[in-house]
Every structure is written in structure tokens, then in C-alpha cells.
Design a protein around this ligand. Structure first.
Ligand code: ATP
Length: 416
């Protein structure tokens, strides 16, 4: 049996993953459970609290669950969701979805399609309800019921996956300042990278959230064992209350897919290949913007101030460079917020060598009329002047925004 939950927390209180952790403990007393999932959906959803994540649990059904088990499971799930949701916050609209194993197995295609839809598009709650009805699932929605969308999205997800180990604080520490020893995180990163990733930005740890939620810190990685070792290396100013390892689509680029520029629409994730047609310029607020073209159209590509030194790479692009842009599409004005950029082929740029062999300067004799040396009088035809290739201080290759500006879903270059 699958249980999906989403939209229970606010910036001030709780965390949906915490409910997942408590339910793993409570239901784990009676049933065998698979690794829980923390699934991120379309990051362009406007009413998200943080990273648009929904969680799901799976009770392994060795034998078909009895009616009284199902009633018990539902009762426990509802109890925890109701106890740990911030109902007072107007943007918190919890949703729970239940789906039996047999219905999950019968409806894999519908679920796969639904997962892609919630990653790439903005959907409404009616679409989620209709899908749940089609696959014989059940839902419980509170208030505007938006959480149903992500609750089903989490159940519906498929690989590739990475993992995140989340540690939680004792209740008396919720809301207090987190004390995490920076040096220990840097050291942990050195010892475990790339099997753990996104731990540090330069020499600053970035594993701890800044909100009042129950999470102390999270470590992302590829192997559960390494995450457990990494947790033991992190030194912090309080005792960890509990922890859970979630299977997750974080760090996979699941939200991106190749599109032609002509097919791009707002609030979706894209990978676009093309040529620079308007060179980068700085506009207000530290934003750098340039125009990309393919055979179907043109679009602005944007690197914002939080992407810091990544903008220096963008600034070096020249007209005619062939590049790939990975990112999400902002609505107004339409443009791609760059997450990663692949410089495929730098356009060769030349300047005329106007130094004569005698050391003098070749002066132009008028439009397309050739050149004459101001020292020895030598003449050089317009098309005969030597060209020098301008050295570019940009290398072909793949570039990404710094860790602190990275989306949960963005695949770090180290994983390519
Ligand atoms: P939480 O930890 O509470 O889940 P969050 O940052 O993940 O916080 P939510 O508060 O859950 O964000 O808000 C996101 C809302 O968007 C949820 O109600 C979720 O069901 C919904 N949602 C998810 N994907 C989509 C989508 N593709 N289109 C529309 N709504 C979506």
C-alpha cells in the first residue's frame, strides 16, 4: 500500500518529511516499509513553501492487507497529518493519497504520465482527483486540497533516484539557532564527495535550513552507507533526535527535457541547444541576460545575481557560440533562468593584423580599398591582410551555478 502526503508545513512550522519520519516509526512497529520517498515536483509552482516536495511511504504487502489493517493505517496517517500540519497558514493545504499495491501495478503507465506532468507543468487539483479516481486510489484533502497533487506525484515517481539523510531536532530546540560546526562539514565533504554532494559552497556548509522547521540538517548522496558515515562526521551543538534516509529525485534534472525554442512555454523546465545571437549584457540587480537562437526561434537566457561567479562565465559568451542551456522558463518576460550551461563550440573571432613586416602600421585606404604602410609604403590588398584569431578566455565545457543557487532537482556536474 502506498501513502502520499504533501503541503502540510509552512515557513514557520513543521515539515512534511517529519510526518513521514514519525509514520515510518509508528507504522514500522506493525508493518514492513520500503525506503520513504521525498519527491520534488515542478519548481515553478508559485505557492510552494520551499522546494515543492511531497513524500510517500510504501507498506510492503507480503499478503494482501486485511480491511482492519487498512482502516488502522489510514487512521494513523490522518492522525499524524492532522497533528503536524500548520492549518492556520493560508498557504498550507494538506493532501493525503492512498493507493493499493494491485492498483499501483495495474496503472504504471498512468502514474508515469502523471509524474512527468507534475514535473513539467502546472496542474490543478481536479486533474489529480480525476487521476486518483481512474486508478482506484483514495484521497483526503484539507482546505484547498492542493496537497493531493504532490501526494500522488510522490507515489507516481520513478527513478533515477539519489538519497537524502535528514536529521531532526528535539522538539525543545525547534525555532532555535542551529549550531553546526562548519569545519566538520567541510571535512565530511572532503572525505565523502562525490558520494555525498551539495554539502558546501566554497568553504561554507549549506546542509542546514534557515527556517524554524524540525530539520537539523540534510546530507545528499548516492549511497545510504556513506550518508550514515557522513552523519557521524558532522559535529553540531545539539543531540540529533531522529533521522531518516529518503529516496529522492533531487540531483537528477528530472524537471528538465529537451525542447525547441519555438515550443517553449512558461513555468516548465527545458534543455535548449542553440547559438548566441545577442551578446550578454548586465542589467539592473546584477542580472546578466543574452539571447539564444535555434532554427525555431529566439529566447532570452538569464543568470541572476544569486548565481554569483557563474555570471562571469556567461559574460564571456560571444555571438555565434554554440551552447546548451539547462533551466526553467520564467513567464513575464519569457526567458530561461539558467541552471547549467554547456559551451559546445566557441565561435572563432578574428582581428586584422595591421602591423607591417617593417614595424609600421597598415592604414586603410578607404572602404574595401586595401591598406598602405605609413612607414615603408608597402601596399596590401583588402582581402590579403593577415587575420589573427582572438584568444577567448572561455573554455568549451559544462558550467553550473554555485551550490547555494542550485535547485534541489538540479543534477550537479559531478554526477554527469
Ligand atoms: P511542503 O514541505 O509542505 O511540501 P513545499 O515547498 O514542498 O512544502 P508545498 O507547501 O507543498 O511546498 O506547496 C506546493 C504545492 O504545490 C502542494 O500543494 C503540491 O501538491 C502542489 N503541486 C506540486 N506539483 C504541482 C504542479 N505541478 N502543479 C500544481 N501544483 C503542484
Amino acid at each position: 500500500m502506498f501513502i502520499g502526503i504533501d503541503d502540510t508545513d509552512s515557513k514557520d512550522r513543521y515539515c512534511t518529511t517529519y510526518i513521514g519520519t514519525l509514520l515510518m516509526e509508528e507504522l514500522g512497529k506493525k508493518y514492513l516499509l520500503d525506503t520513504p520517498k521525498l519527491i520534488r515536483m515542478n519548481p515553478m509552482v508559485k505557492y510552494k513553501t520551499r522546494g515543492n516536495g511531497g513524500i510517500s511511504l510504501r507498506i510492503i504487502e507480503k499478503d494482501k492487507l486485511k480491511d482492519k489493517d487498512i482502516e488502522y493505517i489510514k487512521k494513523i496517517v490522518i492522525k499524524y497529518v492532522e497533528e503536524y500540519s500548520d492549518f492556520e497558514n493560508e498557504n498550507t493545504n494538506p493532501g493525503i493519497v492512498f493507493l493499493r499495491d494491485e492498483d499501483y501495478k495495474k496503472n504504471r503507465d498512468i502514474l508515469r504520465k502523471y509524474y512527468k506532468k507534475v514535473l513539467y507543468d502546472i496542474v490543478d487539483v481536479e486533474y489529480a482527483k480525476k487521476t486518483i479516481k481512474n486508478i482506484n486510489g483514495e484521497y483526503i484533502g484539507y482546505k484547498k486540497e492542493l496537497g493531493i497533487i504532490g501526494a500522488l506525484g510522490s507515489i507516481a515517481s520513478n527513478g533515477p533516484y539519489t538519497y537524502e539523510l535528514l536529521t531532526y531536532r528535539k522538539r525543545e530546540n525547534w525555532g532555535k539557532e542551529r549550531i553546526i560546526d562548519n569545519k566538520s562539514v567541510v571535512e565530511m565533504d572532503k572525505k565523502t564527495f562525490p558520494l555525498t554532494f551539495n554539502n558546501v559552497d566554497g568553504d561554507k556548509q549549506v546542509i542546514a535550513p534557515r527556517t524554524k522547521c524540525p530539520v537539523l540538517y540534510g546530507i545528499r548522496g548516492l549511497e545510504k552507507d556513506v550518508l550514515l558515515k557522513a552523519m557521524k562526521m558532522v559535529v553540531c551543538g545539539e543531540e540529533i533526535d531522529r533521522y531518516t534516509i529518503f529516496k529522492t529525485n533531487q540531483g537528477t534534472d528530472a524537471h528538465l527535457r529537451p525542447l525547441n525554442i519555438g515550443d517553449i512555454y512558461p513555468n516548465t523546465g527545458v534543455i535548449v541547444y542553440g547559438w548566441v545571437v545577442e551578446e550578454p549584457k548586465d542589467i539592473i540587480g546584477g542580472t546578466v541576460i543574452f539571447k539564444l537562437k535555434d532554427s525555431t526561434g529566439e529566447i532570452d537566457c538569464i543568470a541572476y545575481e544569486p548565481t554569483k561567479e557563474f555570471r562571469n562565465i556567461v559574460r564571456k559568451l560571444k555571438e555565434g557560440d554554440a551552447i546548451g542551456v539547462y533551466g526553467t522558463v520564467r513567464e513575464e518576460p519569457l526567458g530561461i533562468n539558467i541552471e547549467k550551461m554547456k559551451v559546445l563550440k566557441l565561435n572563432k573571432k578574428y582581428i586584422k593584423n595591421k602591423v607591417c613586416s617593417c614595424g609600421g602600421t597598415l592604414k586603410s585606404k578607404g572602404v574595401k580599398s586595401g591598406y598602405k604602410c605609413n612607414k615603408c609604403g608597402k601596399r596590401v590588398g583588402y582581402n590579403d591582410i593577415k587575420l589573427i584569431e582572438v584568444k577567448r578566455d572561455l573554455l568549451e565545457g559544462f558550467y553550473e551555478v554555485p551550490v547555494s543557487a542550485r535547485r534541489h532537482l538540479s543534477k550537479p556536474l559531478i554526477l554527469f
